[in-house]
Design a binder for this molecule. Sequence first.
Ligand code: CDP
Length: 251
Amino acid sequence: MGSVGAKEVPVLLSPDGKRIDGRKLDELRSMRIVAGALHQADGSAFVEWGANKVMAAVYGPREVHPRHLQQNNKAIVQCKYNMAAFSVDERKRPGLDRRSQEISKVIAEAFESVIFVEEFPRTSIDIYIEVLQANAGTRCAGVVAASVALADAGIPMVDLLPAVAVGKVAGKIALDLKKEEDNFGEADLPMALVPQSGRLVLLQMEGHMTGPELSESLDLGVVGCRAIYEKMKQALRDRYQLGGPSEGAAQ
Ligand code: CDP
């Protein structure tokens, strides 16, 4: 541990370029995706990504609640992202806070741009994301889980939506930040990519980066998203080739 003023900060990058968990700068944390992990939902997925554990459930297209939100020409996409009280080190107060509302909104908007909403007028597509264990990048893990859950529910989309956060750690651009890197790094840039078109449908940034660093981050994020895309497709293949929940899901 090094120290900055009174605050203890971990050494984020070793002299030989290794990160706090031994990863290289362009390396993802390990990821496991289970498509169809729940029985009750129309579609579901469970994602373990590093120390993140995130469940997504999808319902719809179904009747709109509350009714006044109904749109005559398209489905609405509603998302509820929630962090369990036990998901973080310091117990999180249960319920909707501003952060959860903001994340729910940006995720709903990202999916609205890839789902063929015009095919289901006057309906709602509802996405629930429950973060059971959090270690940075939970909105991206939520997007990955929700995307596989939407595909599992048979909802027509332009493409799956891989997502990852890139950031700046000890002056270097790094893929897929873990918690210490998110907390003590210089910038955090979550993004979601439509792989076929290369369109970004979610992009946020906290912290500071130069223009060239931003462009390096976007390039690295796109490469990361494409690798995650392959894992998402494999999870769906596993689920449907085996005719049941993919490997690891309890019956
Ligand atoms: O999770 P994500 O990186 O998308 O969002 P964030 O707002 O940048 O939060 C980064 C991390 O801080 C979370 O993943 C949690 O590990 C942690 N966090 C926390 O400990 N308590 C909160 N109330 C919110 C976040």
